[in-house]
Design a protein around this ligand. Structure first.
Ligand SMILES: [Cu+2]
Length: 354
């Protein structure tokens, strides 16, 4: 008997060692609203956004491959919306794909909808509205990150010490305060501001690292523009494309991210100093034609003394600007208060009584 039991334990132990700790699928329920919110996306540029839970970019959804995800969304704005779960297979759940007039009717103002699907495949995914994408996605900040952890991570993923999410997008100052307008091809030339997690330098934030850190940078092309992301002083390994592990990761210092695309980069922090990390589309590092601005951040090594001429010497540091702190939390939906805006004044709302 004892012998049988110990044999059983040995088998169980070997199975655990071979396959890793068995992971049971979890069920998540998340509550989302879509709100009219004013966000200062660049110095002096206030923008009327349609914000998921009042923030742009939207809250982090972080789950495990195979988990059941249920999202109840309430549309508090005055225009219709949906949520598309970009990258999700939706096997057997095509009506959860969030495309108006294809998989569902758009969610009208004041109405709600519940999405329910299995989180697969794993990787760097994202969610966004699919109504009038030329305006709602390209201009109104209707997007957020969805990270699905794999059941079996790649070797290199286990070495990561800091996780970073970067969503790149464009803004058109002409339509900043005109919700319901903008983003048509004929107006393309008006894209005059560029955002890294929805803000333009210097309202972006540095990435503070220690020598020896291994960064995983998840790039997401969230708006309508193409972004050529370039690291100074460091090369990186491109390990995943659209969430999927590449059979042969490759080394580079510049990677082009088109609309909808995701690339995961591994950067080894092995060169102490201050190094810019920026969009190499030259116009994307300007604010309304003035350099520097737009899609700019800096690898700031801890321990490097600052200089009084350093652009960010007085920056008020937000350690969760790239979702790094949120990604350390247990699976779930996590808010980033630093991305919240001010509620927009409701127009044409009926006063009480009649
Ligand atoms: Cu929308």
């Amino acid at each position: 008997m004892t012998r049988t039991r110990s044999l059983f334990s040995l088998v169980t132990l070997s199975a655990l060692l071979l396959w890793g700790t068995p992971v049971l699928a979890a069920s998540h329920h998340f509550e989302m609203t879509i709100d009219d919110v004013i966000v200062e996306v660049a110095q002096g540029l206030k923008y009327h956004t349609f914000a998921f839970n009042g923030q742009v970019p939207g809250p982090l959804i972080h789950v495990q491959e195979g988990d059941e995800v249920e999202v109840h969304v309430v549309n508090m704005t005055s225009l219709p919306h949906t949520i598309h779960w970009h990258g999700m297979d939706q096997k057997g759940t095509w009506k959860m794909d969030g495309v108006p007039s294809i998989t569902q009717m758009a969610v009208e103002p004041g109405e709600d909808f519940t999405y329910k699907f299995i989180a697969e495949p794993s990787g760097t995914m994202w969610y966004h509205c699919h109504v009038n994408v030329n305006e709602h996605v390209a201009l109104r900040g209707m997007w957020g990150p969805m990270i699905v952890d794999p059941k079996k991570p790649e070797k290199i993923e286990k070495k990561v010490t800091r996780d970073i999410i970067m969503m790149m997008s464009t803004w058109d100052s002409v339509y900043a305060m005109q919700p319901g307008k903008g983003g048509m091809p004929t107006e393309e030339g008006n894209m005059d501001y560029f955002g890294l997690n929805a803000r333009a330098f210097p309202l972006t934030q540095p990435i503070r690292v220690d020598e020896g850190d291994v960064l995983r940078i998840r790039l997401i092309g969230a708006g309508g523009g193409v972004h050529n992301m370039h690291t100074h002083g460091h090369t990186f390994l491109v390990t995943h494309k659209d969430g999927h592990a590449l059979p042969e990761p490759y080394r580079a210092d510049t990677v082009m991210v088109g609309p909808g695309e995701r690339y995961d980069l591994i950067v080894e922090a092995n060169n102490p100093g201050r190094f810019i990390f920026h969009d190499h589309m030259d116009t994307h590092v300007t604010n309304a034609g003035k350099y520097p601005g737009g899609i700019v951040t800096v690898f700031e090594y801890n321990g490097i003394p600052t200089d009084d001429w350093y652009a960010w010497k007085d920056v008020s540091f937000n350690p969760d600007y790239f979702y790094t702190e949120s990604l350390k939390k247990p699976h779930g939906m996590h808010m980033q208060p630093g991305f919240a805006g001010e509620p927009a004044e409701k127009k044409g709302r009926r006063r009480g009584g009649n």
